[in-house]
Structure formats: C-alpha cells, structure tokens
Design a protein around this ligand. Structure first.
Ligand code: FA5
Ligand code: MG
Length: 453
C-alpha cells in the first residue's frame, strides 16, 4: 500500500479566500503562508515591480480589442485548471506533489490558462489579458517561489463575423495594423513535430493556422522587444559602462495540451537562451466546448516575476514579497511615469549560513503501518522544500540536494539537503539560525516521518 508523505498542513474544516468559504477534505495541502499570499495581489499594488511589469506588457495590447482581467479569484476547479484545457487524467501536473488543493475538486490555479474557456465562452472582446497570482509546489531557490504571477493573453477571430467569411484576410489585415520592430528573429519558423504538435487539420486550413501563427508571433515579439528595450534604456542611463549588446530572440517548439502547434519565445540573456513565454494556436476543442466553434485564435502565458527580475535586475524572487522600504521605495512613482524606470540597487547582502540535514527514508519493503513514515517509493522532494519553507519562511534562500545514497545491505535510502539561511533584510545571529535549523529538523521528522542520521 502506498503511504503519503504530503505534509499535513493543519487541516481546518473550511478555509476562506477572498471572502469566500471552501470546504476542505483529505486532499487539502495548502500551508498557511501560501494561503496568506492570496491576499497580497502584488500585480495590482501600485509601484510594485510586478505591477509595473504588467502595465508595460498591457501597453502592447491596447483596448478595446483587448480587455484586461486582473481580479480573477485564485480558487478554481480541477475542470477549469485541467479538464477544460485537455489535460489527460494522468498528467503529472494534477498530482498533490505539484499542486495546492483545497479539496478533491478545488485548487489554487497553477496557471492563468484556468480562465481561458470561461473567457472564450463570455465573448466580451476579441482579445484579452489576464494577470494573476498562480500557485505551484516547487523547489526553493532564488528564482522559484510557491506563488508567482502570470499574464495570459489571447486573440480570437470568428468565421461568422468577418467580412465575406474570409478569416485569413481578416487576420492579415489585423497583422498589417500592428506596429513593426527592427529586431532580427533568429529562428522565426522552427520546424514542428506533426505527430505531437500537429496543425489542427480537422478544424483549420493550413492558411488559417499560418495566419494565426503570424499574428501571434508579431504580437508577442512586440511585447518582448518593449520589455528589453526598457530594461536596456534603464541600464544605459544608470551605468555608462553598460555594454549595449543587440537583443537576440528566437522561437522554439513547445508542447501544451491546449495549443497546437506551440512555441516558446526565448531571449538571449547573460550568456544563455532564456524561456520567457509559452504560446500557440488554441486547441479547437476549447472553442467548441465553450460554445464558439466558429472562432479560431492564439494564446500565450508569460511569467511576470521572471520578466520583472530581468527588467529591474532583481536578484532574488523573495524580494517581491518584502515590505521593506529599502526595496519598495526604489520603484516609487514609476506606475505613473514608466519613463522613470530604474534598475534595482541591491542593499547590502547579508551573510549566508549553510546547514545540512541528513535523514533516512524507510525502505520501500518496510512500508505500511505508520502512514506518516517517508519511504523511498513515495518520497517527493517538494514535500521537503515545503516543510522547510513553512518553518523558516523567507529566511531560506535555497535548498539543494547534496547527497543521496542507498545502503547496499538494507536498501534504505539516505538524503542530505543543504539549506542556505540568509535574510534579505538583516544578519541572522548564530543562535537564531541554529534554533531555526532545529525546528526545521523536527518538522521533517514530524511531518515526513524521516529518521535523522
Ligand atoms: C504555462 O503555464 C502555460 N499556461 C502557458 C501558456 C498559456 C501556453 C497559453 C500556451 C498558451 P509554463 O508552465 O511554461 O506554461 O509557464 C509559463 C511561464 O511562467 C514560463 O515561461 C515562466 O516565465 C513562468 N514560470 C513558470 N514556472 C515558474 C516559477 N516556478 N517561478 C516563476 N516563473 C515561472
Ligand atoms: Mg515552460
């Protein structure tokens, strides 16, 4: 029998999010610190870097064609988050090790695509943008946090309402009205694998899919060019030695259950290609199931935190959650005047304090009995990450697996994690770090049933 190591968040019978009450059940796995983040709405906080980034991106998708939705509730159903988008029943994203559940049918959205089908159904505008907080159980380091922000966008055309029913002509007319940019896209049309990422031949002609893709690419390139031009302008203004390298962007093939074909847009940054967004031609079943079978279109999703980190040169994702004036004051006034955007000047970095914790999992054969005991079979690293984050909060900078080892005789597995304790705001005392680390160790034993070595 499989046991579960999912940390037992103190499970209240009901919880409240944004003034609504939800019943929990045995699927509930949302820790208090994550639940608390649902009230923050950083994407709407004036002069917050996440909100400024949203404003800059919105400026490239003007109304009334695009309507902005910035206040959708983070609690959605499994139907909205997964089924409506064509996720197969066994998709790993549905696991409790990856997703925060309130109950079996209700979760904290893992992406803004959860609202896509409802907006297609609503038909309020031919395009939309959604900005929102999203939630994923994940590793702990300077670029991952259990809560981050996405902006989702889509644009549709309706065969039933374009002049002469010529949807291809209508899309190219809209494309011709878009601004241009002078960046050379290195791989504008990467080949795609038709077996996994087909043109939707049953629903689209090749010419239709091509027209949608061309409009998608131009629209998203404009957005990315805008961000990187603003980042560069800020850098040049502040640092006369800044090396003004030309912007490099390329399209690569990607896979999503709700678009086909699909692409990611990558930008060359600090010596490497960086994925900034996922996108594609929307799966026709979503339009059909939303009662608008005559529509075709594209959609994309971009991570606002990552973009904000690049734009402002913010070195650690935890900073977004800081209420420290030394952080927030640096962005004052920018929401009202985007031209005053400056790079973040880090305040002094406080010392790191590394501490290791080593523990045994129970061997798989010995599993059973104690349902709390972690065995090698059902061990999930995200559980370790979460227990540590729950105890030590934002004083953990990162957690890394430094050793794992299986005893040749007993078959027992041992893991060693190195935790870096470093506050963003002050120097931690030795005594304080030791106490914290003791609490983390006890929590790993108590919540995961591991045995400390
Ligand atoms: C998605 O979430 C898709 N819903 C995007 C999409 C929408 C595709 C519409 C097609 C059509 P993905 O998991 O790759 O895809 O996340 C999208 C973006 O969110 C990433 O490119 C990245 O910028 C950001 N992101 C993903 N995970 C994290 C994380 N843990 N921390 C910060 N940003 C993240
Ligand atoms: Mg991705």
């Amino acid at each position: 029998p499989t046991t579960t190591t999912t940390p037992k968040a103190s499970s209240p019978a009901t919880i409240h999010v944004n003034g609504k009450t939800y019943k929990t059940d045995s699927w509930f796995n949302v820790p208090a610190n994550v639940l608390a983040a649902t009230t923050r709405k950083l994407h709407l906080q004036k002069d917050h870097p996440i909100s400024i980034t949203r404003q800059i991106l919105e400026s490239k998708f003007p109304g009334p064609t695009y309507k902005y939705h910035n206040d959708f509730d983070p609690v959605v159903s499994t139907v909205e988050n997964f089924d409506s988008l064509g996720f197969p029943p066994d998709h790993p994203g549905r696991n409790r090790s990856d997703t925060y559940y309130i109950n079996k049918d209700t979760l904290l959205r893992t992406h803004t695509s959860a609202h896509e089908a409802a907006l297609f159904r609503a038909r309020e505008s031919p395009g939309y943008l959604i900005s929102a907080d999203v939630y994923r159980r994940d590793e702990v380091d300077r670029s991952h946090y259990p809560v981050f922000h996405q902006m989702e966008g889509a644009r549709v055309w309706d065969r039933a309402s374009v002049p002469n029913g010529d949807i291809v002509a209508a899309i190219y007319e809209d494309l011709a009205r878009l601004p241009t940019h002078d960046i050379v896209v290195e791989d504008p049309n990467p080949p795609h694998h038709p077996e996994r990422n087909p043109l939707q031949a049953k629903h689209h002609t090749a010419a239709e899919a091509e027209a949608v893709a061309a409009h998608l690419k131009q629209s998203l390139e404009l957005m990315v060019v805008e961000i990187f031009s603003r980042a560069k302008a800020a850098a040049v203004k502040q640092d006369p030695n800044f090396v003004d390298e030309p912007l490099r962007v390329r399209w690569v093939e990607a896979y999503f259950p709700f678009t086909s074909p699909s692409w990611e847009l990558e930008v060359y940054y600090a010596g490497d290609w960086l994925e900034v967004l996922g996108s594609g031609v929307t799966t026709q079943e979503i339009h059909i199931n939303s009662g608008v079978p005559s529509q075709i279109g594209w959609a994309f999703g971009i991570g606002l935190d990552r973009i904000a980190m690049l734009l402002f040169q913010i070195p650690d994702i935890r900073l977004f959650w800081s209420q420290d004036e030394r952080f927030l004051s640096q962005f004052a006034g920018v929401s009202d005047n985007l031209g005053t955007l400056k790079r973040f000047i880090p305040f002094s970095k406080y010392p790191a304090c590394y501490k290791d914790v080593s523990f045994w999992l129970r061997s798989t054969s010995a599993a059973g009995g104690n349902s709390k005991a972690a065995n090698a079979h059902d061990f999930h690293e995200n559980d370790v990450m979460e227990v540590i984050r729950n105890v030590a909060g934002d004083t953990v900078e990162d957690v890394k697996l430094v050793d794992d080892f299986t005893h040749p005789k007993t078959g027992r597995k041992s893991m060693c994690y190195r935790i870096n304790y470093r506050s963003l705001e002050r120097t931690l005392t030795n005594a304080e770090t030791n106490t914290l680390h003791d609490q983390v160790t006890q929590a790993l034993v108590g919540k995961l049933g591991v045995e400390i070595r």
